[in-house]
Design a protein around this ligand. Structure first.
Ligand SMILES: C[S@@+](CC[C@H](N)C(=O)[O-])C[C@H]1O[C@@H](n2cnc3c(N)ncnc32)[C@H](O)[C@@H]1O
Length: 308
């Protein structure tokens, strides 16, 4: 019999992560406190101490992530005395030295950022979603996030140049090429690395909650059912509730008791699921002796999913 769990821990991620087994997590997706921000609600880390603060946590994340797993870090450098601080760049370099591969950077375009006027910049409408991996080969289910081909099919693809009809490799010498004619008559294309999503705070009791589509997109892209998703700064628990709805196991850590208790109260058993047994998860579960079992989804049969 297989169970889908949502396990939550109250405490500092730097210590609570030590309770999670090595190489047990498929996806880590999180938004840590940004430097010096939101001090009134959950404290802030000084921008010049940020890397020092984060590295013991990322060391634990590196340990708990499977070799095939992915870590998505939502972060954005703040402005300090009129200049963008460089702590995110310093963090990327330090994490590479720690053993992470910095595979990709996605942009979260915040479609509904507040209007405003600043003397030396425009309103900030995007954040970084940094993708780190342990290995170059990692689990990625690209077909799960395909998008409708849209207007491209009607415009650019109708009028292909000779270059478009052959593989176009030479211009920048990157070794990567494209043959646009391959996409004629297709309904769907792979998405870009820009996610256009509105922020979502008003209906959650947390000042910096993820929009649900954000963890959902990465959970689709990097995991399959019954995998394990970790959010070491869970806040209002958006990642966990989305993971549960998508039939993934999840683990969350939160330092503020008020947020932890809010998530604990909101955890609801959802449907019972039918999966093939997955030995790895059963092994790691037994090591987590002092977690709070928020949600426990017990399967009603160990037979293979009859819905598929
Ligand atoms: C940006 S918020 C995350 C919001 C979350 N993505 C959501 O959808 O609600 C960061 C959270 O990390 C928590 N936090 C800050 N420092 C922490 C630490 N050392 N360990 C665990 N949680 C921490 C804060 O209390 C806050 O709730």
């Amino acid at each position: 019999m297989i169970e889908i769990y949502t396990d939550i821990f109250l405490g500092d991620s730097a210590t609570e992560l030590k309770k999670i087994a090595d190489n047990s997590v498929d996806l880590i997706i999180t938004s840590p406190p940004y430097a010096d921000q939101r001090k009134s609600t959950y404290g802030g880390i000084r921008h010049d101490k940020y890397v020092e603060w984060f590295l013991p946590i990322s060391e634990q994340l590196l340990r708990v992530l499977k070799a095939t797993g992915t870590f998505v870090l939502n972060i954005k450098e703040k402005v300090v005395e009129g200049e963008r601080s460089t702590y995110v760049m310093e963090l990327i370099i330090a994490m590479r030295k720690q053993g992470w591969l910095w595979t990709e950077e996605f942009i979260w375009h915040k479609k509904n950022s507040y209007p405003g006027k600043w003397p030396n910049r425009f309103r900030d409408s995007w954040e970084r979603l940094l993708q780190f991996n342990k290995e170059k080969q990692f689990a990625m289910y690209q077909d799960e996030v395909m998008v409708p081909m849209g207007d491209w099919a009607k415009t650019r693809l109708k009028n292909l140049s000779n270059t478009d009809k052959t593989r176009d490799t030479s211009r920048v010498g990157s070794g990567f090429g494209k043959n646009i004619s391959n996409w004629v008559d297709r309904d769907k294309a792979y998405p870009t690395n820009v996610l256009h999503l509105a922020t979502e705070c008003n209906n959650k009791n947390h000042s910096a909650a993820f929009p649900e589509e954000l963890p959902e997109w990465f959970i689709k892209l990097f995991t399959k059912e019954n995998d394990i998703v970790l959010d070491p700064f869970m806040g209002s628990g958006t990642t966990l509730s989305v993971a549960g709805r998508m039939k993934r196991n999840s683990i969350g850590i939160e330092i503020v008791p008020e947020y932890y208790n809010m998530v604990k109260q909101q955890l609801q058993p959802v449907e019972a699921y039918l999966f093939e047994p997955k030995v790895k998860y059963e092994e790691s579960k037994s090591k987590r002796s002092d977690t709070v079992r928020g949600t426990k989804h017990r399967n009603i049969s160990s037979k293979k999913d009859s819905k598929s």
